[in-house]
Design a binder for this molecule. Structure first.
Ligand code: ATR
Length: 276
């Protein structure tokens, strides 16, 4: 019998998750189907109960339900609970267990392309929203300590650091402060929505004072090169877009559900083909 998986969110129709997961099920000869489900906030509890009642095997959770789904689950892994967001749920013997694979996906993608050890490197995260939170908590939990956070609203960066339950030595910066001290950082991680389609003219920070040979990662993959990444490249940085993070967060979810490691290069190619 086919197992059923899916993704719940609002809006959801443009999600690329069904395409990449259905392709991975097919390539791995796993009898399963993955659907997108449009679930509005007021229907979230009914949707989760319904999926349990009909025996859905697992699902992804996206905007705006990543936080609200937590109290509806039977168990949540420690780091997802600390982050306060779940993007992957697995049905284990009738129990819904929540995970967060976004930060892990980011770290895996970073390690794929950044070929140095992260220990001792100075890292700057730009942004203090949900995406920054997942990445920051995951890196700190992996004992990567030298991370500062810059945000348009610096108090939000301060709060993020204060709320992180793992050992850290981070400072919160304003964008102006970060622009001035940019040359101190070996790795810069852009997590804001500035520059994302259709607001492609926006860039969250001026990159002039970047360190020679710095590595710059932007979690946006549409467009494939944000204005921020283009400028970083013009200043001699090695750059990475968000495609790797997207593929690896999906791959970790797939592995949680099936125990099988899917082909992330194939996942990236599917997204590239879809983006045209
Ligand atoms: P997500 O869950 O995608 O991280 P979010 O929680 O709404 O989204 O957070 C958005 C982040 O992008 C915030 O850090 C926000 O800065 P503020 O906290 O000051 O609002 C940042 N952001 C959004 N648009 C921006 C822009 N044009 N310039 C700089 N930062 C921006």
């Amino acid at each position: 019998m086919h197992k059923i998986y899916g993704v719940i969110g609002d809006p959801i129709e443009h999600s690329m998750s069904p395409t990449i997961h259905n392709d991975a099920f097919k390539t791995q000869n796993i009898k399963a189907a993955y659907h997108h489900f449009h679930v509005q906030t007021e229907n979230l509890p009914d949707a989760v109960r319904g999926m349990k009642a009909i025996g859905v095997s697992g699902f992804n959770v996206t905007i705006p339900h990543k936080e609200a789904v937590i109290p509806l689950l039977d168990e949540v892994e420690e780091v997802a609970l600390a982050i306060g967001a779940v993007n992957t749920v697995v049905n284990r013997d009738g129990k819904f267990i929540g995970y967060n694979t976004d930060g892990k996906g980011f770290l895996k993608a970073l390690r794929d392309q950044y070929h140095y050890t992260l220990a001792g490197k100075k890292i700057l995260i730009i942004g203090a929203g949900g995406a920054a939170r997942g990445i920051y908590f995951t890196l700190v939990k992996e004992s990567i300590h030298l991370i500062d956070i810059a945000n348009r609203t610096p108090e939000k960066a301060e709060n993020l650091i204060a709320e992180c339950p793992y050992e850290k030595t981070s400072c919160a910066l304003s964008i102006a402060e970060a622009e001035k001290s940019l040359g101190e950082y070996d790795v810069i991680i852009q997590t804001t929505s500035a520059g994302m389609s259709p607001n492609m003219e926006a860039a969250p920070i001026k990159i002039e004072h970047i360190k020679k040979g710095a590595f710059v990662s932007d979690i946006i993959y549409n467009p494939l090169q944000t204005k921020f990444l283009k400028e970083a490249e013009q200043h001699g940085a090695a750059i990475q877009n968000g495609l790797g993070m997207f593929a690896h967060q999906a791959a970790f979810a797939f592995e949680i559900w099936t125990g099988v490691n899917p082909d992330t290069e194939r996942m990236k190619q599917i997204v590239l083909d879809k983006l045209g």
